[in-house]
Design a protein around this ligand. Sequence first.
Ligand SMILES: [Zn+2]
Length: 202
Amino acid sequence: MKETRPSVGPTWRSVFYTALIYGGAALLFTLLGVLQGPTVAQIGTTRPADTIPGHLIELAVFGLLLAAVCIVGFGREGLPFVLLLPVLTLLLDIDHLPAYLGSAETIRPAHSLLFLAFVLAATAITIKALDTELVVASAFMTHMAIDTGLFAPWSPLSFQYIQLDPYRPIFAVGAVACAAAAGLVLRVRKMADNHGRGANNG
Ligand SMILES: [Zn+2]
């Protein structure tokens, strides 16, 4: 009896849970920032309201572009990722919620390498699919490649803010590499699956 999921590709269900984990983790890091961040670090704001729609569109477009990179590797089975990548890319900004509500918060509490490590561990334990983890990493890095300004790479352990700009090219390369690797992982799994079927049939 095979324990793996019946489809070789991501399921809509796994994609839904991945988004739930990612959004939940971002809110958790936001809460930790509010609780743990020293008062001097509670200077997070939102960008000017008139620039928000443009920024969100930019994030979604880049998420979709990378999803296209995945689909080249995946074929039709990768369709759930075409939704997941832009959704996760956008979802990271949920950590601006306290500022939207007029409350003090740290700058970008979930735009943190520890956040990435946390969601990767959480998806590894629950979803158990390397391609999904690579898509999660790709979405996070896509967002970081587009953002500008300050972030705290070790939030919520440290709220030392540094400039994101010098690291944006690294995040951009990482985002494309992870999307391509996700496509490759699915392709290899598909080939192994076909091979298995062939062996079973003859
Ligand atoms: Zn952001």
